[in-house]
Write a protein that binds this ligand. Structure first.
Ligand SMILES: [Zn+2]
Length: 149
């Protein structure tokens, strides 16, 4: 007897489930994982507050580096490359002998300001084309050091 009552009820329930599933199908399709969605899910979580802090930190660091480069350039431009010690003056330039350079030309480095005095030399742009960096205006000091060596 219970089978006779439950059978139409079960069929009715299955029909409801089928209709509910059919109505959910568009939503299930929307939620299905495409390769793009999977890639999006694989990305690590980025805390927006932390990201903003990191960006501010990077900008501060870039500014400090730029300020440091400007300060160094000013120091080098104002250095006479002379070391003064108890009323004696001595050139702070040290010869970087030509045999150590690919182009066979000497350089000098200042022990006060770390400036390297270069001859005219080739360099390359990012596109691979060549250009010439002109000789440092102080390069004659390198030649004098070389003659005295
Ligand atoms: Zn110097």
């Amino acid at each position: 007897m219970s089978n006779e009552i439950n059978k139409p009820q079960a069929s009715h329930d299955a029909d409801i489930v089928a209709r509910v599933m059919e109505s959910l199908l568009p939503m299930i399709e929307r939620l299905s994982l495409t390769p793009d969605k999977i890639n999006e899910l694989k990305k690590p979580y980025v805390d927006p507050e932390k990201a903003a802090q990191d960006l501010a930190h990077r900008r501060r660091m870039q500014l400090e580096i730029a300020e440091g480069l400007i300060k160094k350039k000013l120091e080098q431009d104002n250095c006479d490359h002379i070391t003064r010690y108890q009323d004696t003056e001595k050139s702070a330039l040290r010869l970087m002998f030509r045999a150590n350079w690919h182009d066979g030309k000497s350089r000098a480095i200042c022990m006060n300001c770390d400036k390297v005095i270069h001859p005219a030399r080739k360099d390359y742009r990012p596109d691979g084309s060549e250009f010439v960096i002109p000789e440092d205006p102080e390069y004659n000091k390198v030649l004098k050091l070389e003659m005295a060596a």
